[in-house]
Design a protein around this ligand. Structure first.
Ligand SMILES: [Zn+2]
Length: 80
């Protein structure tokens, strides 16, 4: 089980339900995951980040590093 660090409040937690995934975002050329400890931090991220300023990536990129992620608790991921 991965220990996640909330991108917003820096709290450490397990069982991630909310995260940012650069798969959806044209801003990043690489896969970045930013976990959030819960809905308040997930909502706050939308306010404090510029994520809504970039168009949604369509179609999604393919290939290594861009697999669909449905659970980040058991994978290694890159964050920032
Ligand atoms: Zn948090």
């Amino acid at each position: 089980m991965t220990n996640h660090t909330c991108y917003v409040c820096k709290k450490t937690f397990t069982n991630a339900i909310y995260w940012y995934d650069s798969l959806h975002d044209t801003k990043y050329d690489k896969r970045i995951i930013r976990p959030f400890c819960g809905p308040p931090c997930a909502n706050k991220y939308r306010e404090i980040s510029d994520v809504n300023d970039y168009p949604i990536r369509k179609p999604f990129p393919q290939g290594a590093g861009w697999e669909i992620i449905s659970n980040i608790d058991y994978i290694e991921y890159e964050t920032d």
